[in-house]
Design a binder for this molecule. Structure first.
Ligand code: GLN
Ligand code: ZN
Length: 756
């Protein structure tokens, strides 16, 4: 009765061992065999976590990214990174990370483009295609890992990315349609399946998450074509989908000649009952019943209510799993020492989620009574969570209820505000500013760490940060920037800094989740009603303002970005949580204003990232997220100038929402596109002011005066000069002063030329 399996386990290691080994390898401090040893150890640990499951999955480990692995598996390695030697791993890292000019290649190697994995915060390396793309099978590594798992006594289930999703994820470098490569790609998949069959593998998990997105007919037909092609095979295919509902793609998926299908029963619960009548009497249904996208304990009794009838119907043909790979959650809750016990009782990380899965399996096989104590404990924890004073704050609920439409609206329209603000600030044409952060030197980091560890007390810390602010203001004065910032020296991270001070948030010590390659993030966990206990940025900001006569721009992170970069509670809608955060930040905005801060920037770096996978859900998301921004920003007087900043470049399909935000000034990333990104603002007749980034802060290169003048000349062709600002395209915290000062000097020189 009911088989248990997993779709993937975090590969970074519970102590981020992989990260540290990789970085040592890249720095030449360890050799390849040491790196391999460390990787093997992680794989072995991961397998041990899964000994209660019916299969051990193989193929979920990766040195950098599993899509890049797939490109190597399929022999689709761009020529620039293919040394055609047996140094596979070095080619792999060259493509993952790029290579600077000089170190053993004359002109450097561009890294593969990186992009977001569906709606997660994981990033993959985009497969590259062109009309000459060919494929060939390189399955040695996968097969080695099959043997590795077998040596430990496991029944293995290899995981591969399916052919259609692979093509769908990639990008053509010329004008070919990736689908035209299908005929050359499929024989390689066939060869792989044959190879796995020869090894005696029974089941292969083929991931086709593209099926939860809007697909046009051409792609749907390709699904039919591809799986029809792979029909003659000796292994069984579990077609695996996750991150959402199949919606109208469901009938097509079920008609494919496959042996089973995995569905995400968290985000696509309704699919389960729809799929039942479509399965034949041999096919397996794998139900993703444990949420792989958040950190909350599963309601096990409720899950059993849902799966017991399925088990009755399907018997052995019911499989149970997490909804998606556990890559997107931290590894082990047991390591956490600082999360309050009460909150810890509500949480489950990857290891705990597998334990939940095992428990469900036991209950299905032997009845709930077999695990009665565990089920009672689980329901006790969940009941406690529902009524906990840590979660529920009536002051917040009341405040949310009292929100008026007018709270989200500025008093006057932009045109009137702009006049009032022009008189108040009297800024020159092409006002100059920066996006907020200045270099985070090692002194600053050390001070912050020591303060956190209690090694220095607040007064010492405050003195150090104030000295930093003072220096930052002095440099900006010297540069003659028009609108200054305090430099964000006190911030480790634009979300963590705010989360740490707001109630309703908790921070793990080891809750790392892979973002890309060796990079991990530690998202805050929002567990309760959010409120502001005291001011968040006020003291640093007024101190900075006290040092200059020029306007100082207050610097806040917006509610949508805080939400999208956190693990969010699952007991109320995202929009409600976002509204609560917005109210908290709004209080700070109003307090800054009353303290005499006339310009306030609210960063919404992650607003676009939060767009749902399905277009049909975009409008709803944009409505509530823009509303949250407006709620937080628009409680100010006409003479207060609101800025927002967004560091992505695609505005085409969201320009209306951006205009609805009604920020007086928006600063964006445009320098790399030669200001082409302003076209959409132009076409839309975007009415407010824009600061198009005039240089790319992601590289150490110093922009020339000329390049900046030229960019602004082309900006002027699209946006009237009187509505243009001059600024870098993002914060400067990752740069050194030796880059920042000359770059800003050139920006100021360009401003002087433009003003003439
Ligand atoms: N104000 C932030 C900074 O300058 C903005 C960062 C961002 O957009 N990612 O660092
Ligand atoms: Zn940015």
């Amino acid at each position: 009765m009911a088989k248990l399996h997993n779709l993937g386990f975090p590969r970074i290691g519970e102590n981020r061992q992989l990260k540290f080994s990789l970085e040592q390898y890249w720095q030449g401090k360890i050799d390849q065999s040491a790196l391999q040893v460390s990787a093997k150890q992680i794989r072995a640990n991961n397998l041990d976590q899964q000994s209660n499951l019916d299969f051990a999955q193989v193929g979920d480990f990766s040195f950098y990214d599993h899509i890049l692995d797939t490109s190597f598996l399929l022999g689709n390695v761009p020529a620039r990174a293919n040394s055609k030697t047996d140094q596979y791993l070095d080619d792999y890292f060259r493509l993952a990370r790029g290579q600077a000019p000089g170190d053993d290649s004359c002109c450097g190697i561009a890294a593969g483009e990186m992009t977001k994995w569906f709606d997660t915060n994981y990033h993959y390396i985009v497969p590259e295609f062109n009309k000459d793309t060919t494929f060939s099978l390189h399955a040695d590594k996968l097969i080695k890992q099959v043997h590795e798992a077998r040596a430990k006594g496991f029944v293995t289930k290899p995981i591969i990315i399916g052919p259609i999703t692979y093509l769908w994820l990639g990008k053509a470098k010329d004008d070919i349609n990736p689908l035209h490569l299908l005929d050359t790609l499929l024989p390689v998949y066939q060869e792989l399946l044959d190879k796995l069959a020869k090894l005696g593998i029974e089941w292969v998990q083929i991931d086709e998450p593209a099926l939860v997105t809007d697909l046009d007919n051409e792609w749907l037909l390709a699904y039919r074509y591809a799986y029809q092609y792979l029909k003659e095979r000796e292994v069984k295919i579990l077609l695996t989908t996750y991150f959402g509902s199949l919606e109208s793609n469901l009938p097509i998926a079920c008609q494919l000649p496959i042996d089973g299908i995995h569905l995400d029963a968290i985000r696509g619960k309704a699919d389960i009952s729809k799929v039942l009548p479509l399965l034949n009497s041999q096919q397996v249904l794998s139900v993703g019943i444990i949420d792989g996208r958040n950190v909350w304990k599963t309601d096990l009794n409720k899950a059993l209510d849902f799966i017991e009838p399925l088990a009755e119907k399907l018997g052995d043909r019911l499989w149970l799993a997490p909804s998606c790979s556990l890559l997107h959650v931290p590894v082990d809750l047991a390591l956490e020492k600082n999360i309050p016990e009460e909150v810890k009782n509500w949480l489950a990380f990857a290891k705990q989620k597998l334990a939940e899965l095992t428990l469900l399996g036991t209950a299905i096989k032997f009845g709930r009574s077999k695990v009665a104590a565990e089920l009672a404990e689980n329901s006790y924890c969940l009941t406690a969570r529902k009524s906990s004073a840590l979660v529920n704050n009536t002051v917040v609920t009341k405040a949310v209820q009292q929100i008026q439409k007018s709270d989200k609206q500025r008093i006057s329209a932009y045109r009137q505000r702009a006049e009032i603000q022009a008189t108040k600030f009297n800024l020159p044409k092409y006002p100059t500013t920066t996006i907020g952060s200045f270099p985070q030197t090692s002194d600053i980091r050390i001070a912050r760490r020591e303060f956190k560890q209690g090694k220095i007390d607040f007064s010492v810390y405050q003195r150090l940060i104030k000295a930093e602010i003072q220096q930052c203001i002095a440099i900006q004065e010297e540069l003659q920037l028009d609108v200054l910032v305090h430099g964000e020296a006190e911030r480790n991270d634009m979300v963590e800094y705010f989360g740490e001070q707001l109630s309703g948030f908790v921070f793990s010590q080891f809750g790392w989740v892979q973002s890309y390659g060796s990079r991990c993030v530690k998202p805050p966990i929002i567990y309760g009603d959010v409120s502001r206990q005291s001011s968040l940025t006020l003291d640093w900001t007024i101190y900075a303002q006290s040092l200059t006569k020029k306007p100082l721009k207050g610097m806040l992170t917006g509610p949508v970005t805080i939400l999208n970069w956190s693990f969010v509670r699952d007991d109320q809608s995202r929009s409600e949580t976002c509204e609560q955060i917005a109210l908290a930040i709004r209080e700070e905005v109003i307090e800054l204003e009353s303290a005499g801060i006339g310009i306030i920037q609210i960063d919404e770096a992650a607003l676009r990232e939060g767009l749902p996978l399905r277009k049909s859900q975009w409008q709803d998301y944009l409505n509530w997220s823009v509303d949250a921004f407006k709620l937080c920003a628009n409680g100010v007087q006409d003479n207060t100038q609101i800025h927002t900043h967004m560091c992505y470049s695609e505005f085409n399909d969201i320009i209306e929402a951006i205009a609805n935000m009604d920020a007086d000034v928006i600063t964006i990333e445009t320098s790399r596109s030669d200001m082409e990104l302003l076209d959409v603002f132009d076409q839309f007749s975007y009415p407010n002011q824009i600061g198009p980034g005039v240089y790319d802060i992601h590289t150490p290169n110093i922009p020339t005066v000329d390049s900046i003048v030229q960019l602004m000349e082309s900006a002027k062709g699209k946006i009237p000069a009187e509505r243009l600002w001059l600024n870098p395209d993002c914060g400067l915290k990752t740069r050194g002063w030796q880059e920042v000062t000359p770059a800003l000097e050139n920006m100021m020189a360009a401003a002087r030329i433009l003003r003439q």
